[in-house]
Design a protein around this ligand. Structure first.
Ligand SMILES: Cc1ncc(C[n+]2csc(CCOP(=O)(O)OP(=O)(O)O)c2C)c(N)n1
Length: 298
């Protein structure tokens, strides 16, 4: 892939309060490099407002508004309406929430904002659990993962749940542009967020972002692990314009899912049988994605 020169500007000061190895500051840096400083970011409870640090100091070099957990979509529509009323056209409204705040608790407000056709970008920072309150399972926790609310007993079946298909839900809801991105691929990340700015209306970015304590990973390895998620097709990278799908990263030599699973303590109790089932599920979902890509070409 041709390398995109990343803008030098940084919108996150050093000394922020993220854990070592956290993907969220990377996701924020790449998003802000793509959008520049004319951004009004609104964030519910979760890791992100904590990463900014304790008032009166902040690590963020941009406007950020903190609000109630369920409201990211509604607050985004409100900010957009206020900007429109004032005739301000050059600012981007950025809704930013964790997976819990998106696929579960904030889903209704997000759906409403998309339904209203709000001109905004929504980034779902997916660390695959409610991390800020101590690693509880969310609707985006992947199949087979340990969390504090899905403890691993002898019967692993209790955690055989799939991630909610949030991109599919958003496409059905009527987004004008959607993309999956991964902090392990910065150039692609910046490209997709930049592309989102070219469209008017609701845009949805699904960003995979590791959490070292939650995924039970060495803090130095999180980017490596995130990259494996895409190299194994656990988290394929693609974009959707209207209903048209396009792969944004083609993996020439796909690695087995077991390689991804074994890098993380949260999957440590997965049996061989279950790993085979997960591989089959990943293959099936990837085939489904390829079918959509093919149909889009025709
Ligand atoms: C309505 C409501 N329910 C629960 C909480 C408690 N709470 C604060 S942060 C958080 C976890 C957020 O998880 P997620 O949205 O996945 O973001 P992350 O912490 O992983 O960044 C929870 C449950 C809250 N603040 N408001």
């Amino acid at each position: 892939m041709a390398k995109l020169p990343l803008p030098k500007e940084e919108y996150l000061y050093r000394g922020h309060a993220a854990c070592p190895g956290c993907g969220a500051p990377l996701a924020m840096r790449y998003t802000m490099k793509a959008l520049g400083p004319r951004v009004i970011m609104n964030v519910p409870a979760g890791c992100t407002p904590v990463i900014g640090g304790v008032w009166p100091r902040t690590a963020f070099k941009f406007d950020m508004m903190d609000h109630a957990f369920e409201s990211t979509g509604a607050v985004s529509s409100g900010i957009r309406a206020a900007l429109d009323a004032k005739g301000i056209e050059d600012a981007t409204v950025l809704g930013w929430a964790g997976d819990g705040g998106t696929v579960d608790i904030g889903l209704q407000a997000l759906s409403g904002a998309v339904d209203r056709g709000t001109d905004f970008i929504y980034v779902m920072m997916d660390n695959e659990a409610y991390m800020n309150t101590g690693i509880q399972c969310s609707g985006s926790t992947p199949i087979g993962a340990w969390t504090t609310t899905t403890p691993l007993g002898k019967k692993c079946e209790i955690i055989l749940q799939r991630k909610k298909k949030i991109m599919e839900m958003m496409v059905a809801n009527g987004i004008v542009y959607g993309a999956t991105v991964n902090v392990a691929y910065p150039e692609d990340f910046v490209k997709r967020v930049r592309k989102a700015t070219e469209y008017e209306g609701p845009k949805f970015i699904h960003a995979l972002s590791p959490c070292a304590p939650g995924w039970r990973v060495d803090t130095a390895k999180t980017v490596e692990v995130a990259r494996l998620a895409t190299q194994t097709n656990m988290f394929p990278l693609y974009e959707v314009q209207g209903n048209e799908y396009r792969l944004t990263k083609t993996i020439k030599e796909r690695k087995p899912v077991s390689e991804y699973l074994k890098t993380q303590g949260r999957f440590r109790r997965i049996s061989e049988d279950m790993a085979i089932k997960i591989q089959a599920m990943v293959d099936e979902e990837y085939e489904e994605l390829l079918r959509k890509v093919e149909q889009s070409k025709g």
